[in-house]
Design a binder for this molecule. Structure first.
Ligand code: NAI
Ligand code: 15L
Length: 265
């Protein structure tokens, strides 16, 4: 693959991938609605609102692969989510259909299944249980991926990312943490696989606490190599002992599941 488009490139994961994928793919097209650092060698920067159909068609043209990170990444109003996540994700897949069907890695989220309890071990057949309007929008994105594969052959990997930060920030993240290196390896595997189809992966590192089973996608050969366990002592020392009756502790989605419904004013 020569030219990789990264949407949401000004965000936390976008900035990490910009740095780590630079030596792997010859050209990166980096896009966001927010300001981006100036383009370096092998980079192009494009300011684009994912909700703008024409702009997204131009954005995708000429790209050989897409890592679609852009959008609202937390709970928010339906209107905000509608533009960035629903319209935006539709636009990305539609643009891929119209411009040579590049593969897409879609940044889905564990909040698609956040209302499953932590005692459950989920796999590729587990039902959606979104814990927020945000999680609901990621379920929609995964179904857009399904539709565009079944009808048009656009291949994609939807990654239900757990918590991808430099280090786990709380006790829940000891189970949900995905290291940046493991995420980068996953991206390489997705774009190099002889056949990707329409696949979903749970995005967690090789943590001791495991809620998710990726057996259904073993054919891809992605095996996480890092673990949150090395941070356990530090995290436990810095955070209070959890109350087992707290919904934020009962459900996989944590605070997203425990929070009330987001209402527009
Ligand atoms: P982030 O919030 O730091 O970055 C998202 C980026 O999308 C921002 O730079 C923002 O300006 C951009 N964006 C928002 N609306 C846009 C629009 N209308 N048009 C164009 N760009 C727009 O989020 P982060 O942490 O980097 O996450 C990246 C993706 O991964 C998101 O889609 C998020 O939902 C998903 N994800 C991240 C997780 C994590 O642990 N970091 C966990 C699960 C999912
Ligand atoms: C997400 O989907 C969010 O984008 C991220 O900011 C974290 O909150 C993460 O889930 C998580 O569940 O830890």
């Amino acid at each position: 693959m020569h030219k990789l488009l990264i949407t949401g490139a000004a965000g936390g994961l976008g900035r990490m991938l910009r740095e780590n994928l630079a030596g792997i793919y010859p050209e990166l097209r980096l896009s966001d609605i927010a300001p981006l650092d100036p383009a370096g060698e092998g980079e192009e920067t494009v300011t684009c609102d994912l909700g703008d159909y024409d702009a997204v068609m131009d954005l995708v043209s000429g790209c050989d692969g897409i890592v679609h990170l852009g959008g609202i990444s937390m709970e928010n109003s339906f209107e905000a989510i509608l533009n960035a996540n629903l319209r935006g994700t539709y636009h990305i897949f539609e643009a891929a259909r119209r411009h040579g069907r590049p593969r897409i890695l879609f940044a889905s989220s564990n909040h698609t299944i956040g209302f499953h309890e932590r005692t459950e071990r989920l796999d590729g057949e587990s039902p959606y249980r979104p814990d927020s309007l945000y999680g609901l929008s990621k379920c929609y994105g995964e179904l857009v991926a399904r539709y565009y594969y079944d009808k048009f052959g656009v291949e994609s990997l939807s990654v239900r990312i757990g918590s991808c930060f430099p280090e786990p920030r709380d006790r829940r993240m000891l189970a949900t943490w995905l290291s940046g290196n493991d995420f980068c390896r996953m991206i390489e595997v997705a774009f190099a696989a002889p056949k990707l189809g329409c696949t979903m992966l749970y995005g967690a590192s090789a943590n001791k606490e495991q809620w998710w089973d990726n057996g259904h996608a073993a054919f891809l050969g992605w095996t996480p190599e890092e673990t949150a366990e090395v941070y356990r002592d530090r995290v436990e020392a810095a955070t209070p002992t959890p109350d087992p009756n707290d919904p934020a502790v009962i459900f996989q989605g944590g605070a997203f599941a425990a929070a009330g419904h987001f209402e527009d004013e």
